[in-house]
Design a protein around this ligand. Structure first.
Ligand SMILES: NC(=O)c1ccc[n+]([C@@H]2O[C@H](COP(=O)([O-])OP(=O)(O)OC[C@H]3O[C@@H](n4cnc5c(N)ncnc54)[C@H](OP(=O)(O)O)[C@@H]3O)[C@@H](O)[C@H]2O)c1
Length: 280
């Protein structure tokens, strides 16, 4: 069996939104030949951000570049997958690797929608930071999958961040919430702190940089004193009866732990809704 040579594989990305942008950015930053990358979506054109940024070939038709590609990356909203699979079912998929980054749509559903027996469907759950090659990517494939396909996928995405290979498809849901969504939780917090700093008289640019550099600093500190917990470092800053502790005590009084837990549970429930809404 021939080995996949990364530089030779044609990749067609279906969908031209946020995650497609992140994937293509990550690929190009990993020195993947951009001549081998194409993208398709109903309204993608020369004015789309993705085309202005990367100048890759694009189409409003899902079939043409998919037919020519070795790898198809599905990056549409779950609601659009039925129509995408209807298009893809018209081409021979048997020799292609299909990589889906859709939340909540399992391999069985995809196989049924594609109407073809295909053991080369791989699910990944990346986060937006793959765009700058600092992402986290969970990967799941059925055990019968061709080894070359899974190795190719792991190799491709390992350039964009840290890989977690999962043995159980249900764990993709967990990674959707903790890997895919969680950057937004931190950004939400950062956004609120920036707003508060601005309201205290600091200009927008300084407020932004203060928040950014705070995160950057504690990330470096946490890495240098790595013992699998953030608690120790946090306690160094918030000594008993101190100024910082007075702020932390407000979070505690308002039960922020339970709010975080509730928010994550709500996301998990939303995945179940998605699964129930899209059945092949
Ligand atoms: N956002 C994240 O951080 C994140 C993280 C991990 C996984 N995901 C998963 O990534 C997927 C995409 O999310 P996103 O945030 O990138 O969504 P998005 O920004 O809304 O992009 C969706 C894209 O799909 C295109 N599309 C719609 N119908 C299509 C069709 N029939 N054929 C081809 N393309 C079609 C849209 O094109 P038009 O605009 O032309 O309609 C748009 O370019 C979701 O399934 C989500 O679960 C997202």
């Amino acid at each position: 069996m021939s080995k996949f040579t990364m530089k030779e594989k044609k990749i067609n990305v279906i969908g031209a939104g946020n995650m497609s942008y992140a994937v293509i950015s990550g690929l190009i930053n990993s020195n993947y030949n951009k001549e081998l990358i194409t993208v398709c979506a109903p309204s993608v054109d020369n004015n789309s951000d993705i085309i202005k940024s990367f100048g890759i070939k694009h189409s409003n038709n899902n079939i043409c570049y998919s037919d020519q590609a070795d790898i198809l990356i599905l990056a549409v909203k779950p609601q659009s997958i039925i129509s995408v699979c209807k298009d893809l079912s018209k081409i021979n998929l048997s020799k292609k690797i299909i990589i889906s980054l859709l939340a909540g749509i399992n391999i069985k559903t995809l196989t049924n929608l594609l109407k073809q027996n295909n053991n080369n469907i791989i699910r990944i759950m990346p986060n937006i930071s793959i765009a700058v090659n600092h992402g986290i990517i969970a990967i799941y494939a059925v055990s019968e999958i061709n080894n070359d396909s899974i190795n190719f996928t792991k190799n491709l995405f390992s350039k964009m961040g840290i890989i977690y290979q999962l043995n159980n498809e249900n764990d993709i849901d967990l990674f959707t919430v903790i890997v895919g969504s969680s950057p937004a939780y931190f950004l939400f917090f950062m956004e609120k702190i920036q707003k508060k700093i601005e309201s205290m008289g600091i200009n927008k640019c300084d407020a932004y940089n203060i928040v950014l550099n705070t995160i950057n600093g504690i990330t470096h500190l946490s890495k240098s004193d790595y013992n699998n917990t953030f608690n120790k470092l946090r306690k160094l800053i918030s000594s008993k009866k101190g100024i910082t502790e007075s702020a932390i005590s407000v979070f505690k009084k308002n039960n922020i732990s339970s709010i975080i837990s509730h928010a994550i549970d709500e996301s998990m429930n939303r995945i179940e809704d998605l699964k129930n809404n899209i059945k092949a």
